[in-house]
Design a protein around this ligand. Structure first.
Ligand code: ZN
Length: 411
């Protein structure tokens, strides 16, 4: 305790400059059951900051992981787009790394086995590590993916290494941003990885978040927002180096990094090219982030005005996607039951529950055609193409979608 300013999650410097404050918000993945509607809901401040020392963008608050992740509601397999993405990277790794029955693939935050299943089908030994027990059980029971329900860190990595389970490939998709002990997690990757192994790490790219005003990807589970510059400093501290980097479209624009033990680093020309671009954009300088708060506040006003005008004209509105980013957007913008009738989502786990904070009921997507709202606010804009395609019947009957970022618009 005390009034000391918080330390950077990567370099430890006490030089965090606030970029954007989203006020107090409920936990974005804490969907409510009907019987919880009478109970008070915990809220926490949500503040984005940038480290003046190592340039890592991060939030200042850390909600204990036991509260956040034990009953995580996000099942990867409910998105066709994510499944195709998973299968493609699995096939590519099997081929380029020449994986066989002698290899070992470990995925950190392996979710419901959505990705490791493609290695299992080819007879390649896998181990999933997934802290949410309810999700780990699905991986084991329905996909035959060996899964440990534990938090990954240097301790678990050391035990696995001693048990004779070093990894040829470690996959960490969309998890690094969730990790409170960032240095312990990356140190664990080094411990678990064979000297000639590779870690494939995907993170949402902070450059895209800023450029595309994806402020709704900020919530308490997402502690960090990475650039190549900030990641390079983090990995170097633990004897790792980025050998290759790709920009991929998932989650609103991500980086996929191929990370190897520093001694094994080969030609990294592609990495140097992006590093030079980041330098030019100024991604590792505070100034790059400083106008973001104003941009986000202005987007909120435009979205509220658009929805307000539609309501005043007698239009009926609903939303698609009970995802965490939807919770951030609705709660920060103050859009609730006075504007939207309900939210639909494909995950049976979410149906019948209520959105955090704004407490909108969550129904199956079929409700769109039954209730025929005039407009649907697309909260999961990262899956826009897939969802708009699936909702052909709703659109045929005159339904329209509203995409909120980077600029509210009707499509
Ligand atoms: Zn730092």
């Amino acid at each position: 305790m005390g009034d000391e300013s918080p330390a950077c999650r990567s370099c430890g410097a006490r030089s965090l400059a606030t970029v954007l404050s989203l006020g107090r918000t409920p936990l974005a993945n804490r969907l409510l059951a009907r019987e919880q509607l009478d109970e008070p809901e915990p809220t926490y401040p949500l503040t984005l900051a940038c480290c003046a020392s190592c340039s890592l963008v991060q939030i200042l608050e850390t909600v204990p992981p036991e509260i956040l992740f034990r009953e995580y509601a996000y099942f990867s397999s409910y998105s066709d787009t994510m499944l195709r993405h998973a299968e493609a990277i699995a096939r590519r790794l099997i081929e380029t790394r020449r994986l066989s029955g002698e290899s070992r693939v470990v995925e950190l935050a392996s979710n419901d086995g959505y990705l490791l299943q493609y290695f299992v089908k080819e007879g390649i030994p896998v181990l999933g590590i997934e802290p949410a027990e309810n999700v780990a059980r699905v991986a084991r029971e329905t996909r035959g993916v060996r899964t440990l329900a534990e938090f990954f860190g240097v301790g678990l990595a050391g035990r696995l290494r001693e048990a004779g389970e070093p990894a040829d490939v470690i996959i960490a998709n969309n998890v690094l941003a969730h990790v409170a002990d960032l240095n312990g997690f990356v140190a664990g990757i080094r411990v678990l990885l064979k000297d000639d192994g590779v870690a494939v790490i995907e993170v949402p790219y902070v450059k895209e978040m800023i450029d595309r005003v994806e402020f709704d990807t900020i919530y308490h589970e997402h502690l960090c927002y990475f650039s190549l510059a900030a990641l390079t400093r983090l990995f170097e501290r633990h004897g790792l180096a980025v050998e290759a980097v790709e920009r991929i479209p998932v989650h609103g624009g991500s980086l996929r990094l191929f990370v190897v033990p520093r001694a094994a680093l080969g030609d990294d020309g592609g990495v140097r090219a992006l590093a030079a671009e980041e330098e030019r954009w100024g991604v590792d300088r505070l100034g790059f982030y400083q106008g973001f708060g104003q941009v986000v506040a202005s987007l909120r006003e435009r979205l509220r005005a658009l929805l307000h005008d539609l309501r005043r004209a007698g239009r009926r509105l609903a939303a698609y996607g009970a995802a965490a980013k939807g919770s951030t957007l609705l709660n920060y913008c103050g859009i609730g039951a006075e504007t939207l009738e309900f939210v639909v989502d494909r995950s049976p786990y979410k149906q019948g529950r209520y959105m955090p904070g704004v407490r909108l009921p969550i129904h199956p997507p079929a409700r769109l055609v039954e209730a025929l709202p005039d407009y649907v606010l697309l909260l999961t804009w990262n899956l826009a193409e897939e969802i708009v395609e699936q909702q052909a019947e709703y659109r045929r009957r005159g339904g329209r979608f509203i995409v909120p970022v980077p600029e509210p618009r009707v499509v």
